[in-house]
Write a protein that binds this ligand. Sequence first.
Ligand code: DP6
Length: 317
Amino acid sequence: MATVEAGINVALVKYWGKRDAVLNLPAVGSVSLTLDRPGTRTTVRFDPAVSADRFVLDEVEADAERVTAVLDDVRARAGVSWRAEVFSANTVPTAAGLASSASGFAALGLAAWAALGLPADDPALVDVVRRGSGSAPRSLLGGLVELDRETGGVRPLLAPEAWDVRLVIAVTALGPKDVGSRAGMAASAETSPYFPAWVASHAADMAEARRAIDARDLPALGAVMEHSTLKMHACMLATVPPLFYWRPATLAGIETVRALRRDGVGAWFTCDAGPHVKVLCAAGDAPRVAAALAATEGVRGVDVARPGPGARVVGPC
Ligand code: DP6
């Protein structure tokens, strides 16, 4: 038995599309920031007396299919066949575009791994977690993280305490999104005429983000983050049928960020496969950015997050 807490992560250079659906290898690399919000807390308890995996999410019995796939991988590694009970609690709305699948699969993979006594520094853990969700390995590490397109592995770019930035999250809608990332990516790869251009232009964004992080150059990092975000959404919009993840409040939030910038405040936006607006800024600017977003029409709540640690084992239960 083991319990793990994992923070959510938000991509600055985005992942959209796969080059291998079975291994869940991405078509493009990504750069992300793990946040200090305890996105998911998961307990895995293997029990030789239990005949099927059980998954309880936020105190409700849930479909165990994707959980079982991850557990099967871990069981194969450890050479056991025991079934497990999994209890998981999210602190961010599930499937609402706040990346809870990333913290969820990072917590599940590491908890199962630790429960069976497998070594946490074994790179195979990353493969297991990534097969659960492509963005999840990034939540294994803290701070700024790169997920490599070729290996599917992750490496730290900057520790959480090394750069005092904030990510201000403006929640613009409640409830689950229409099309999940997995189905959306498959549709974009198949039908969006912009998908090849998205893939071809990605390496330059990765290089620019690495350079900006090395130099602690927030305006440059913000600019490449917005460029990556807008290219991904252009690719989504050109998918057949189109993937519209934005709502009027999303655009209003983006407009707020652009207006702040015109007033000299360093703030840059990103959005994932959902309607929320996430804004990168320096710690000192966060109160002003948060106030402006809170006053934006349609914004239902604002949260100021800091860079946070990677997934960690917090106990047996
Ligand atoms: C838009 O990791 O949820 O948030 O690998 O199919 O589980 P699967 O997809 P997922 O996709 C996240 C996509 C994104 C951008 C990002 O986080 O990089």
